[in-house]
Design a protein around this ligand. Structure first.
Ligand code: CS2
Length: 480
């Protein structure tokens, strides 16, 4: 191993598994797995991670042959630092090994089951926030609860197995960008469990904590450049390498059924209430992301940094952060203006190639918490909600699947078919497009649908986007 590459500072073989993680993608490897690696190095504890892929085998194929080890590249300016992370013990592929997740979750040594399964993995009904029985994994698991394939079904089966064997429950730990992610997961698990057996639901309700967490680290999907730099820096091929920025933040509600790693000693923040941090992060970072990527994709800008290199668009992004901040309650120790400045620097970082298409994925799953809920609040408080309206218009423009230069792209969204059906024959005129997309069941809150002034704003921005383009729309909002 070349000098200067940090390696696990502990004997991996002597550290047993304490965590099962569902959804072992790049984000987990750049965030929680790193913090856990540091925590084990600082204070020991049997807290290594067994990852689970719920669908594709890629992560297992890449990580298992190298005994779970992988390279974390941290990029900033012209520097790329490599660190080898040792916290992942192995990866299971749930579809290839049905029963493995249940077995691992029934192991008393496993005390936490964390998740990064993305917004769409939860099976959340946008209408009421409960379990969506039409979600493919939820529907399949409700039909066969003892052979689950989705996250919620697996958690319930795992908890049921623990109770049956008189083992203390593990703590489910959501690390996805959802508001009150612990409370959301709890509701879904309880509703699912109640379908199986009311007493199981009661027991989960009484005995299982569902802490919420706020996670933050910009993690672009790995590319050939990631693998090439990893190979150069560590001196061997690593197709499991991930790349990220120096900044990271993890705020965790400190309620665990059977302990946790000393994540605090590794830089995480343990608090009693994650809510204000989560709302701030979702509205300021993720909301601004959604605005800038919808515009960026349409304008043919491939990376977040390209959007931020355009002074007009960067000013618009900053304006949106300020408007988002106006909807927030105070967060201990945080100055929103300084927080926004920092996010702008992170977005603009030239060393980070974060694809606008990557973030624009699944926007229907992201709009409610990032844009629509704060828009409702801003309107109710009589505040300016123009940038929220522009974001919705930009998403509607994105839904047309063609850029300003006329080139086409595929909309990557679980509701893409519905969107395409709603737009068939209607994709020319702003008013018709807006009407069709406002009618998507469950997406827009009633308060916005009934707000004619705001709807007209959306339609107006969409008309500008269609006729004059992204820059004209940005200019008109900044001038207002
Ligand atoms: C992004 C997030 O893909 C997205 O929707 O907004 O993944 C974002 O990069 C992270 O939340 C940053 O912490």
């Amino acid at each position: 191993m070349p000098k200067g590459v940090e390696r696990p500072a502990y004997d991996r073989e002597r550290v047993a598994t304490g965590i099962v993680h569902l959804g072992i993608g790049a984000f987990h490897r750049a965030h929680q797995a790193v913090c856990t690696d540091t925590a084990i190095a600082r204070a020991g504890g049997d807290w290594r991670i067994e990852g689970v892929s719920l669908r594709r085998p890629d992560a297992a194929r890449r990580l298992n042959p190298q005994n779970g080890l992988y390279t974390l590249l941290v990029r900033e300016g012209t520097t790329t630092r490599a660190r080898v992370i040792g916290s992942i013990a192995r990866v299971h592929v749930a579809p290839e090994d049905p029963g493995i997740v249940r077995a691992r979750l029934a192991d008393p040594a496993v005390r936490i089951c964390s998740l990064t399964i993305s917004e769409k993995g939860y099976g959340l009904d946008p209408r009421g926030g409960g379990l969506d029985a039409r979600h493919p994994a939820v529907a399949a698991d409700l039909a066969r609860p003892h052979a689950p394939t989705g996250a919620v079904g697996l958690l319930v089966e795992g908890l049921a197995a623990r109770f049956a064997a008189e083992i203390k429950p593990f703590t489910p730990l959501s690390c996805d960008n959802l508001p009150a992610n612990g409370a959301v997961l709890r509701r879904l698990v309880l509703e699912f469990a109640a379908h199986r057996d009311a007493s199981l639901a009661k027991r989960i309700e009484a005995e299982v904590p569902f802490p919420s967490t706020m996670v933050d680290r910009i993690t672009p999907a790995s590319t050939e450049a990631t693998y090439a730099d990893a190979a150069r820096l560590i001196g061997r091929e690593d197709r499991a390498a991930v790349e990220t920025e120096p900044f990271w933040q993890w705020v965790i509600e400190d309620r665990f059924a059977a302990g946790r790693p000393v994540w605090g000693a590794a830089g995480a923040t343990l608090v009693g209430d994650v809510g204000p941090y989560e709302t701030m992060k979702l509205r300021m970072i993720n909301g601004a992301h959604t605005l800038l990527v919808c515009l960026g994709v349409v304008a043919g800008l491939d990376h977040v940094r390209d959007v931020m290199a355009d002074p007009l668009l960067a000013a618009l992004v900053r304006r949106h952060m300020d408007r988002a901040a106006e909807t927030l309650e105070a967060v201990p120790g945080v100055d929103f203006a300084a927080y926004a400045d920092r996010i702008c620097r992170r977005f603009a970082e030239p060393a980070i190639a974060h694809a606008t298409r990557q973030i624009a994925m699944d926007t229907t799953q992201k709009l409610p918490q990032r844009i629509l809920t704060p828009a409702v609040e801003a309107r109710a408080a009589g505040r300016d909600a123009t940038t929220f309206a522009l974001t919705v218009a930009a998403w509607m423009r994105l839904c047309l699947g063609r850029r300003e230069d006329g080139s086409v792209f595929t909309l990557d969204d679980p509701r893409a078919e519905e969107i395409a059906a709603a737009l068939t024959g209607r994709d020319r005129d702003a008013a018709t497009i807006a009407l069709a997309l406002f009618a998507l069941p469950g997406l827009f809150p009633e308060a916005l649908l009934a707000d004619h002034v705001w709807r007209e704003q959306v339609e107006g921005h969409l008309a500008t986007l269609l006729r004059q383009g992204v820059h004209a729309a940005a200019r008109s909002v900044l001038a207002a």
